[in-house]
Ligand binder design. Structure first.
Ligand SMILES: Cc1ncc(COP(=O)(O)O)c(C=O)c1O
Length: 397
């Protein structure tokens, strides 16, 4: 079991704020302050370049990758940390396409995050081998799986609606047709327990700044199924993925296993913050987390629908088809979210009309969810969102 009152005390949450945006950027783990400070003064400050060996910076992407692996059902040695998620998507897709050279279709769905699709378009443009990206509705995926598809590239949980794909079933169906499968777990890792190894997918990627609470700009991760690690060719052949980086050879030779998925110098300061965030996860039972997450989502849906008939549920009604977020559509959604933020209730908005709310049992409880639902209803019912200041768009929504 997990003591969520204890995990809550491990985060800094500003006074008066109900934070329902941990699906976008997790809050600050209190221990991260001291961990980063000690990395700066004791490690960087005192050890200087010797920190790569003495403080273990060099192998930290592997060590933290293994800790993330525990949360997503991946064996030790199959998850590597580094770079941004967009880069890791590119890296996984490039390797995946090479495993299926005779096929030219990358299949994805309209619930995928734009950056994943953009990276696929960029890679296809560079390859100049006649590949094409095909994007279908999530419900149309199963029917589109066929033997012309090289790679099925999906994000498990839709960033707008929270709709969750059945990872195991789709992977199985795709692999039966010879399709390589890669999953983006950005909205899954830390949202619920994932059985990545059990799904048999070849590749997965994800980020650490959402539910895992690693902080803005925290590094991403990539997973490669253990049996293919030594055969995949790394497209981003940086020196830290080389078999012997400090031999400074003229030509690239990939390192063994996940070492080849490293690219360049890892972000050591950022990894210190992530390390503190992952310490909290040591306290968490994923089944208990999921049960609490479902409870919070259900309370929110029921309370909003009871008090506010003008907004419409954009997330699946059935809990087993959702991640850990709930979205409602409303024509003035942007302004409503701004009005909520002004009252300390932080969710976010995704164009054209989606109000998103993330539910994170580590630091959010049912009472706060009830308050948030009531304030949302009041904001919509009284048209409080009409104030001009709530209708001015910022660069980040
Ligand atoms: C599913 C998904 N893929 C890719 C990205 C882009 O990640 P990054 O900005 O870290 O490259 C995001 C960011 O939110 C995302 O949610």
């Amino acid at each position: 079991m997990t003591d969520f009152t204890k995990t809550r005390t491990m985060f800094h949450l500003p006074e008066g704020v109900i934070y329902l945006d941990g699906n976008s950027l997790g809050p600050l783990p209190k221990a991260a302050d001291a961990r980063v400070a000690s990395m700066m003064t004791d490690e960087w400050g005192e050890m200087l370049i010797t920190g790569w060996n003495k403080a273990g910076w060099f192998m930290q992407p592997n060590a933290l990758g293994d800790r993330i692996g525990q949360l997503i059902g991946a064996a030790p040695g199959s998850v590597m940390l580094g770079d941004t998620l967009s880069i890791k998507v590119y890296q996984a897709l490039a390797s995946a396409l090479e495993m299926n050279p005779a096929r030219k279709v990358v299949l994805s769905d309209s619930g995928n995050f734009p950056s994943d699709l953009y990276m696929a378009q960029g890679l296809i443009g560079s390859l100049q081998q006649g590949h094409r990206l095909e994007v279908v509705a999530p419900e149309a995926l199963a029917d589109r799986l066929a033997d012309d598809v090289a790679v099925l590239m999906l994000t498990q949980v839709d960033y707008r609606t929270g709709r969750r794909h059945d990872m195991a079933a789709l992977t199985k169906q795709a692999q039966a047709l010879g399709i390589i499968v890669m999953w983006d777990l950005a909205h899954s890792a830390g949202a619920f327990g994932v059985d990545l190894a059990g799904s048999n997918a070849e590749f997965a990627t994800g980020c650490t700044y959402k539910y895992l609470n690693g902080g803005p700009g925290a590094p991403a991760f990539i997973y490669v199924r253990p049996d293919i690690q030594d055969t995949v060719r790394p497209a981003l052949s940086g020196w830290l993925g080389h078999d012997a980086p400090f031999d400074f050879e003229r030509n690239y030779r990939p390192g063994t296993g996940m070492m080849r998925m490293r690219v360049g110098t890892p972000p050591v300061i950022q990894m210190a913050a992530l390390e503190a965030a992952l310490d909290i996860w040591d306290e968490v039972d994923m089944a208990a987390l999921r049960a609490k997450s479902v409870e919070l989502c259900e309370v929110f849906i029921a309370e909003v629908e009871r008090q506010c008939p003008d907004v419409h549920l954009a997330s699946p009604r059935q809990a087993d088809q959702r991640g850990s977020q709930v979205s409602f559509t409303f024509a003035h959604g942007y302004a409503v979210v701004q009005a909520l933020i002004a009252r300390g209730i932080i969710g976010d908005f995704r164009a054209p009309n989606v109000m998103r709310f993330g539910f994170t049992p580590l630091y959010i409880g049912a009472e706060e969810v009830r308050v948030a639902a009531s304030v949302l209803a009041e904001t919509v019912n009284t048209k409080a969102y009409e104030k001009p200041e709530y209708n001015q768009r910022g660069a980040v929504t």
